[in-house]
Design a protein around this ligand. Structure first.
Ligand code: ADP
Length: 266
């Protein structure tokens, strides 16, 4: 046996001897996953009379760049609180929140505004489009917030709405309005795309179209998509599922068998 063969065999033996967790780490490293957001012991509390109420308690999580993450839980679990903290739309009571290695929980209001403008796109359940502006104009509005925006036409093409760009929201179906709001959110090329029950106002077929679009944003365009929902079917289309209940993170699971959005129903 040559020295080269012996060395190769040794490497195989060493790999096989690794404990399971180390194998996972080396697999993650092979895929070069980059952590984009991290929560360390994040708590958000409110006072209710003379009691302290925890909307979120001691939350720890990491989110990898380019993944599709679904935050799942019943109403009142703390999902919106989590989403608002990720998006710099709310302040924590204690803990640390890192974006790209920087602790945004220590940011001043101005820094946090810049963080939101440059890095965060948000999609809401009820679209929040301006009714007196066309789809194109609704997307073009983003130029007022962030200089480095996409051409609105390009953003609308990405969501399959180029042909409808001169229509007003009232002339678009619910699904088309939601796709317009997704175009608006991605127009400034945000590092994270936050979606709050994005299919909540849509029927199943149209909702599936929107989910397929969000899945494609993550898989093909490598955008980090973070969606909150009470709908447990959505867990199947995520890379990572974060379950919350009573302000506590119950579990964080990597999905081994990711389904296409067209395969799920609710
Ligand atoms: P979810 O999005 O899962 O429905 P939320 O994050 O909106 O849950 O809320 C979690 C809990 O925190 C709820 O009990 C809610 O009433 C409470 N909460 C949220 N915002 C406030 C607030 N501004 N003041 C007091 N309590 C709040």
């Amino acid at each position: 046996m040559s020295v080269k063969e012996i060395t190769e065999n040794l490497e195989i033996i060493n790999e096989n001897e690794l404990p399971d967790e180390d194998k996972n780490i080396s697999e993650a490293e092979k895929q070069e996953k980059k952590v984009i957001m991290e929560f360390k012991n994040v708590t958000k509390e409110y006072s209710r009379g003379d009691r302290v109420f925890y909307a979120l308690k001691d939350a720890n999580l990491t989110i990898n760049e380019g993944e599709m993450v679904v935050i799942l839980g019943p109403s009142g679990a703390g999902k919106s609180t989590l989403l608002n903290l990720l998006g710099g739309m709310d302040r924590l009571s204690s803990g640390e929140i890192f974006f790209d290695g920087k602790d945004i929980s220590k940011y001043t209001d101005n820094q946090l505004t810049q963080y939101r403008a440059a890095n965060v796109g948000v999609v809401f359940q009820f679209y929040n489009l301006i009714p007196t502006l066309t789809a194109y104009e609704n997307v073009a509005l983003m130029k007022n917030i962030e200089k480095n925006t996409m051409d609105p036409k390009e953003a609308l093409r990405e969501v399959g709405l180029e042909e409808h760009m001169h229509q007003f929201p009232s002339q678009l179906s619910g699904g088309e309005q939601q796709r317009t709001s997704i175009a608006r959110a991605i127009a400034k090329n945000p590092r994270i795309l936050l979606c709050d029950e994005p299919t909540g106002a849509l029927d199943t077929d149209t909702g599936q179209d929107v989910l397929r679009l969000l899945q494609r944003m993550s898989k093909e365009k490598k955008r980090t998509v973070i969606m909150v929902t009470h709908n447990s079917s959505f867990a199947d289309i995520a890379d990572t599922v974060i379950r919350v209940k009573n302000g506590m993170i119950q579990s964080i699971t990597a999905n081994k068998n990711i389904k296409d959005a067209s395969e799920i129903s609710w």
